[in-house]
Write a protein that binds this ligand. Structure first.
Ligand code: AN0
Ligand code: CP
Length: 317
């Protein structure tokens, strides 16, 4: 594998999950792969899990790691071509990318949707420039439209916990005070559609996602109905996708918060969330602290998904 930006890059998902289980059993077995190889992790946005789990995965593989927070200590970067740079930006991405490519063997990039221009976001303008100009394998650590390392960890977690061959997985929108990207739900939908699970998406009207990601998934506007018989509840907030509200919070209806009464409608479902999560907005204390909440093992699997991805990139260098 050269680049990792979406589910297709991984090929056969069953094989990828098996590889993840092998890596998890013996995470230091591939230490030779990363010897004298350097990973550069570049963050345009904040992170706790992605930063730590990806660095840990790289260390398991024997890599050296450089982390750069673009907004802290680096020159402010211009990303638009053709701009007269007389403002506060000292350097252009078109120089910065090939320069950074010289100092590493693999690049991970986190660059969220800016919600300024839908086309720019949905064309993955920043991530694709890294692929085009860095000369290095590039992987997404959450880009404008997808978060594949998260979705892969989610899939590994469901495969570990499922008690039925084809579990019912429900992705539920939940309220949040600020506008959040669609990357996590887009990506989760894309990965769930690549399995044979029963997959249902529930959200208030106006929060429809790009059909390119939701595909043939059942969309249910009645959250309670969606929860009936579910084996996994995957909560997430996202801002509106549809015009004219792209990137806007159009509703913070707390009746959509995941609580114990709604979880009681499920088939004793596990509760999942990618984290960070705002308690008592997205989910009540009671549900996230319950024995059916698997948010911590889910986060732990971020190390495993990152390690499989880095392993495959290193094997192909
Ligand atoms: C981000 C998001 O919703 O995309 C990152 C989640 C992994 N969340 C926040 O910005 C709070
Ligand atoms: N789930 C996730 O990607 O978390 P961070 O934003 O903390 O990296």
């Amino acid at each position: 594998m050269r680049h990792f930006t979406n589910v297709k890059d991984l090929g056969n998902l069953k094989e990828a999950v098996q590889e993840a289980f092998e890596v998890k059993k013996n995470r230091f077995a591939y230490k030779h792969l990363g010897q004298d190889k350097t990973l550069l992790m570049l963050f345009f946005n904040s992170s706790l899990r992605t930063r730590l789990s990806t660095q840990k995965a790289a260390m398991n593989l024997g890599m050296n790691v450089i982390v750069l927070d673009v907004n802290q200590g680096a020159w402010k970067l211009e990303t638009e071509r053709g701009v007269v740079m007389d403002g506060d930006k000292s350097e252009h991405l078109l120089e910065a990318i090939p320069v950074m490519g010289n100092y590493c063997d693999v690049i991970g990039v986190r660059a969220f949707a800016k919600f300024e221009n839908k086309e720019d976001d949905y064309q993955e303008k920043i991530l694709s420039q890294f692929i085009q100009y860095s000369g290095r394998p590039v992987f997404s650590m959450e880009a404008a439209t997808r978060h594949p390392l998260q979705s892969f960890a989610d899939l590994i977690t469901i495969e570990e916990y499922k008690q039925k061959e084809r579990p019912k997985v429900v992705m539920s929108w939940a309220p949040h005070p600020r506008a959040l990207p669609q990357a996590v739900p887009n990506s989760f939908a894309e990965w769930m559609n690549a399995t044979d699970y029963e997959f249902v998406i529930t959200h208030p009207e106006g929060y429809e996602l790009d059909p390119k990601f939701t595909g043939n998934a059942r969309i249910e506007y009645d959250q309670r109905k969606a929860f009936e018989g579910a084996d996994f509840i995957y909560a997430k907030n996202w801002a509106a996708y549809a015009d004219p509200n792209y990137g806007k919070v159009i509703n913070t209806d707390r009746s959509w918060t995941v609580d114990a009464e709604k979880m009681a409608l499920t088939d004793n479902a596990y509760f999942m969330h990618c984290l960070p999560v705002r308690r008592n907005m997205i989910v009540t204390d009671e549900v996230i602290e319950s024995p059916r909440s698997i948010v911590i093992p889910e986060a732990a699997n971020r190390e495993i998904s990152a390690q499989v991805v880095l392993k495959r990139i290193l094997e192909n260098l």
